[in-house]
Ligand binder design. Structure first.
Ligand code: KIV
Ligand code: ZN
Length: 389
């Protein structure tokens, strides 16, 4: 079986940091970089060194401090960009330059007013130039999602011949459907003669909410690296969320794919990124949202209390979450009410719960969530002689 190790390329500090309001100072960037490294990522994209002197300094410092992950600096296919990126990462144990150019007609015509052949030439020149500084070169074909496959295959073959070790196939606008992205990867695997000399990388944006699905489809199509961010942060609707792709691969381990991510750190790092970048996580966010392990409807609560696997496919411990929660709302049932009373130390009979449940529904209908204080109040008013907290 071909190796199914999937390399995780974290771009929280580059694509994620591009989000308005998420800008980090050098100290914050370094702290997060060390936490992201400890999570077990293979590649850490530290920034875009030519974009500002501050970013250059941050990338440079991160390159000196990070010892296990590859440290990558972004550049355009422009000599000066590449030189500045090379300078910023020069102290890294494993340095990588990430350079590239737009390959879709939108980019070639509107952005560069060029031809396909001119863009191909610029791509090759950029890789050759980057190769003078480091061995590990990742090339990105921006807007590959909307690039004609035949032309894309020519570009990929040419940049690999020029020395690219990884070729990134970004769905920059989040346009592709999963089967299209999978077919694109498979097309490249089958039509690029030197594809064995590089690995293909997924870089998906979430404009249609498909970034995670597309990244997994890309892997099935033959890619071996996924570019992603903690909490799915990134331009516009964001990038592929690291915690989601890692857990999809873990949950579906029968496919044989695996990563080196320490999944029990996913919730702590999500909180850390959210706080440092001042970007709240939506409560219903998969894996790291505050409701990811909450059960509130009666049917679900009853099943969950009998066997947690009826409504949870992941354990909270495996992703470092606080634990499952039984939340009491007007949709909750008697089992949940009995469970919560029991947790508070009350020993009520089934009959007691039937009577208390009516009172509970009155309270629940008047507010969003019934809290501990409400339960104590109900217990005190109800036959206090059976309530032995
Ligand atoms: O979305 C994109 O195409 C990018 C590239 C710069 C890799 O972020
Ligand atoms: Zn991107």
């Amino acid at each position: 079986m071909a190796d199914k190790r999937i390399y995780i390329f974290d771009t929280t500090l580059r694509d994620g940091e591009q989000v308005p309001g998420c800008k980090l100072n050098k100290k914050e960037k370094i702290e997060l970089a060390l936490q992201i490294e400890a999570l077990g990522v293979d590649v850490l994209e530290a920034g875009f060194p030519i974009s500002s002197p501050g970013d250059f300094d941050s990338v440079s410092e991160i390159a000196s401090l990070v010892k296990n992950a590859t440290v990558c600096g972004l550049s355009r296919a422009v000599e000066k960009d590449i030189e500045v990126a090379a300078e910023a990462i020069k102290h890294a144990v494993r340095p990588r330059i990430h350079t590239g150019i737009g390959t879709s007609d939108y980019h070639i015509k509107a952005k560069f007013n060029a031809t396909q052949e001119e863009v191909l030439e610029r791509a090759v020149k950029a890789v050759r130039h980057a190769k003078k500084f480091v061995e590990d070169i990742e090339f990105y074909a921006e807007d590959a999602g909307r690039t004609d496959n035949e032309y894309l295959a020519r570009v990929v073959e040419a940049v690999i011949a020029a020395g690219a070790t990884v070729v990134n196939i970004p769905d920059t606008t989040g346009y592709c459907l999963p089967h299209q992205y999978q077919e694109k990867m498979a097309y490249l695997i089958n039509n690029v003669s030197n594809i064995d000399k590089a690995i293909l990388s997924c870089h998906c944006h979430n404009d249609l909410g498909l970034a995670t699905a597309n990244s997994i489809a890309g892997v099935i199509g033959g890619a071996r690296q996924i570019e992603c961010t903690i909490n799915g942060l990134g331009e516009r609707a964001g990038n592929t969320s690291l915690e989601e792709v890692v857990m999809v691969l873990k949950q579906h381990a029968y496919m044989g794919y695996y990563t080196n991510i320490k999944t029990e750190q996913l919730n702590p790092i999500s909180r850390s990124v959210s706080e440092t970048m001042r970007m709240p996580v939506q409560p219903n966010k998969a894996i790291v949202g505050s409701n990811a392990f909450s059960h509130s409807s009666g049917i679900h609560q009853d099943g969950f209390l009998k066997d947690s696997q009826t409504y949870e496919i992941i354990t909270p411990e495996s992703v470092g979450a606080d634990g499952s929660k039984i939340v009491l709302t007007a949709r909750s049932g008697r089992s949940a009410l009995a469970h919560r009373f029991q947790k508070l130390g009350y020993q009520f009979t089934r009959n007691d719960i039937d009577i208390l449940y009516k009172k509970f529904l009155e309270v629940a209908d008047s507010k969003k969530e019934v809290m501990e204080d409400d339960l104590h109040a109900m217990a005190k008013v109800y036959v206090p002689e059976t309530a032995t907290a």
